[in-house]
Design a protein around this ligand. Structure first.
Ligand code: HEM
Length: 511
């Protein structure tokens, strides 16, 4: 081709692209976008504070609480894979999670990424497949026996292991990583509740458990898949190299462990979730096959493992920094125990709270909800747009694009929670008399447990578990941050503390 012709050709293509990009950028309302890479440079620069960055973007929309951005500014892709509508507007969230639920599934990218780990389990399916599991599971989650089973697993772990570990740390005047202990505790609990086997990862020696490790790595490697274009991880998987190779090895360990758990339960059914699902039948009236049962169980383990421990870590940190709240929590627990166990302090300490005692802790529940408002365990969630739609605030969302609803940002908007939204104030969750817990009238102002048909099934169990652990720790110990330890957020789909929560425990003198 003539060089001059080539030059004009390129110049024409660049001009057409520049015009097209100008039209696209004009429609976008979020951070500045660049040709081709869109808002990725800003995302990269803010990667260490992604949730706060999203919240500040949403704040700068005035009261709109919604913006649109693009990460692949190329024709045909810009309106689909690369297009993100980010919102924390309660009406929009209600629309996505409830009103037009069918238009906003998890979607093909999410499902493809998680398929090897979670199969078509409740956490990773849409439509009929999800609905059948949801109905079956919802029946079980409302039973009192499941709550009693949770109380049993939690209390056993607290009494036999957590207290011993903490007492030893007090004696040796040694700091502990409370987040690590809590992650181990909730992992043991969810395994107990799901398939009746406690792997005892919370033990004085803090052992490495092959199943827990393999499951951790498999979850992390699966999340990597969401960060890169789909063809990259598929190619790695096909060639059996890189992160995909490790993922495959870990999946084999997880599968073997789950297979053993299912076989063990077959011979000895109990009151765990797996035993309950073994008695159920699928749509064709058949009992679930072993691989299906494995996946069902694994989905519950993933759903219920880290969320409560992460919430508890933020709770303890907030309480440490708010002595007036700590005093009220300890006061409430003491009052309830005074009524149920009398005035002998020894009796208060020898057993963790039972089910009914935990139920009476209204202020503690408010403090936990307040923690989740400011530090939701799942800070951002994503949905796929099936058909073009218009959100209640008038934002047009194109089919094939992604809607991100920022649970982290909802709790941090003055327009939603008032001028004092950044303050940790459990009182906002209580009735004016202060004796009852009161969730906000607009349920979509607080979506830490999601909302609509896909609301978290484990919410009540999680509150029960968190109350038991919080009171078991606070009644015995005061906490103080280890010297030099800085609490930071880890950028992941779960709001971990990046370097854990290193604290010293001090015996508490009860009132
Ligand atoms: C503080 C603790 C917890 C928080 C903040 C929490 C939060 C959430 C959120 C945000 C979702 C929606 C996730 C999504 O669809 O993308 C969810 C779903 C779910 N959660 Fe929880 N969760 C907690 C504890 C638990 C526990 C302890 C269990 C089980 C014992 C559990 C079981 C489930 C299940 C089964 C789903 C899937 C529901 C469905 O898709 O239909 N959660 N949870």
């Amino acid at each position: 081709m003539e060089p001059l012709l080539l030059f004009y050709g390129i110049a024409a293509a660049v001009s057409v692209y520049a015009f097209w990009f100008h039209l696209l950028a004009r429609q976008l309302t979020g951070p500045k976008v660049w040709p081709i890479v869109g808002s990725l440079p800003f995302l990269f620069v803010n990667r260490w504070r992604i949730h706060d960055w999203i919240a500040s973007n949403l704040r700068s929309t005035g009261g709109a609480c919604t913006y649109q951005t693009c990460t692949i500014c190329l024709p045909f892709l810009a309106r689909k894979q690369g297009f993100y509508t980010v919102t924390c507007h309660p009406k929009n969230i209600e629309h996505i999670l409830r009103t037009r639920f069918d238009n906003y599934p998890k979607g093909p990218h999410w499902q493809a990424a998680f398929h090897d780990l979670l199969g078509q389990g409740i956490f990773n399916s849409d439509g009929e497949t999800w609905l059948i599991q949801r109905k079956t599971a919802a029946l079980e989650f409302t039973t009192r026996t499941l709550r009693q089973a949770m109380a049993r697993w939690v209390n056993r772990t607290i009494k036999n292991r957590l207290w011993c570990i903490l007492d030893k740390a007090v004696k040796e005047n040694r700091a502990v990583d409370l987040q690590d202990l809590l992650l181990r505790l909730t992992f043991d609990n969810i395994c107990g509740l799901t398939f009746g086997k406690d792997p005892e990862t919370l033990s004085p020696e803090l052992p490495e458990n092959p199943f827990a490790m393999a499951f951790d790595i498999a979850t992390e490697r699966t999340l990597y898949r969401l960060l890169y274009p789909g063809f990259l991880w598929r190619l790695e998987k096909f060639l059996g190299i890189g992160a995909e190779r490790r993922l495959k090895q870990c999946l084999e360990i997880v599968e073997k462990y789950m297979n053993d758990a299912v076989e063990a339960r077959k011979g000895d059914p109990s009151d765990d979730l797996l035993s309950r699902f073994m008695k159920k039948r699928d749509v064709s009236g058949n009992l679930f096959a072993t691989p299906v049962l494995q996946r069902i169980a694994l989905n519950f383990v993933l759903a219920g493992r880290d969320t409560s421990s992460v919430a508890l870590s933020w709770f303890f940190w907030l309480v440490m920094n708010h002595p007036e709240v700590e005093q009220k929590i300890v006061g409430e627990i003491s009052r309830v125990l005074g009524e149920t166990r009398g005035n002998d302090r020894q009796k208060w300490l020898e057993e963790p709270l039972d089910f009914d005692e935990a139920d009476r802790l209204v202020y503690l529940k408010a403090a936990l909800a307040e923690t989740l408002r400011l530090y939701p365990s799942v800070p951002e969630d994503f949905k796929y747009v099936v058909q073009d739609d218009v959100l209640p605030d008038g934002t047009f969302v194109p089919a094939g694009s992604t809607v991100t609803y920022s649970i982290y940002s909802v709790g941090r908007m003055k327009t939603i929670w008032g001028e004092d939204c950044m303050e940790f104030r459990p009182e906002r969750w209580l009735t004016p008399e202060g004796d009852k817990f009161e969730a906000p009238k607009d349920g979509y102002k607080f979506v830490a447990f999601n909302g609509g048909p896909r609301t978290c099934l484990g919410k009540d169990l999680a509150y029960l578990q968190m109350k038991s652990v919080a009171s078991a720790v606070l009644l015995r110990y005061r906490l103080s941050l280890a010297a030099g330890h800085r609490v930071e957020q880890k950028m992941s789909l779960t709001l971990f503390m990046k370097k854990g929560l290193r604290v010293h425990m001090h015996p508490r003198a009860l009132p």
